[in-house]
Design a protein around this ligand. Sequence first.
Ligand SMILES: NC(=O)c1ccc[n+]([C@@H]2O[C@H](COP(=O)([O-])OP(=O)(O)OC[C@H]3O[C@@H](n4cnc5c(N)ncnc54)[C@H](OP(=O)(O)O)[C@@H]3O)[C@@H](O)[C@H]2O)c1
Length: 294
Amino acid sequence: MGFIGLGRMGMHMVKRLLAGKIKVVVWNRSADKVKEAERAGAVGSSSIKELIGKLPPRKIVWLMLPSGEVTEQAFKEVLSLLKKDDIIIDGANSNFHDSIRRHEEAAKKDVRMLDVGVSGGLKGAETGYGMMVGGKKETYETVLPAIRALAIPEGFGLVGPGGSGHYVKMIHNAIEYGMMQAIAEGFDLLENGRFKDIDEGRVSHIWNHGCIISSFLMEMAELALDKGVVDHKPYVEDNGEGKWAAIEAMEHAVPFVVNSYALHARYLSRDDDSFAFKLLAGIRNEFGGHAIKK
Ligand SMILES: NC(=O)c1ccc[n+]([C@@H]2O[C@H](COP(=O)([O-])OP(=O)(O)OC[C@H]3O[C@@H](n4cnc5c(N)ncnc54)[C@H](OP(=O)(O)O)[C@@H]3O)[C@@H](O)[C@H]2O)c1
């Protein structure tokens, strides 16, 4: 199969495919990563066109790029070079609306498509990834050997038609925001509550052993606490999935309070000079004469 995008995810995924005895032809914008994949056993190429040319008939191409414009451009180029019954797979965290449209565009050329939500982050390189696949059953079955090589046992499956893989991944990531926020706030209370000498690293370790809230994310909290967070800026990015999920929830009148709040908390984290909070202080001052801090 062909594989485009050898970033933090893609490079490890290619190595897992190779370990699973799947032959892979790769392309990446930066050539040094192509060289690294070649050293691991992949066949390198210097352009998308060359990659497609090196694949045997019934071509399969996996995209693992930033969602949005980068994936869109690569998708268009790959689709223009594929023929009937070839398969294109998007493993990025793409917006499901884009994925539904791309399935339609591929179908117009009789090219088959899968949208795959990939989870597991950097740890997935060793353990295998969780994989949520959207598309047709026959296409899924054709690609199953590759999915099996990439995924953690039991942690993969066809979840529905075109677009549903990314839809499920979007909701997964929104839940992730909510769970991370809950963990961060719990440790904030440990840090700033009444007991001043609690060893938070030790607590996270205990919570990861036999406690109900033990989890992958709690393990990540333990690692982060171990490295120390005092030098971090309290500024938290998002990649869009939480926002898309909150919009989807509103469009369907589905209460989505915790996960939406976690998204808003990230927005709040980015403003250390909040207009809203300044105005809030101003309003309190107007109605009650409450002091304003200068
Ligand atoms: N990181 C995670 O934990 C995680 C988990 C699940 C899913 N994902 C999704 O997987 C996808 C890849 O994530 P990642 O973490 O591997 O990203 P990354 O480390 O930032 O790698 C991005 C890849 O895209 C390439 N790229 C970036 N801009 C490009 C452009 N304008 N033209 C061509 N290639 C370009 C990069 O090439 P260069 O090497 O030349 O920079 C690199 O190969 C994303 O959609 C992400 O949301 C990530």
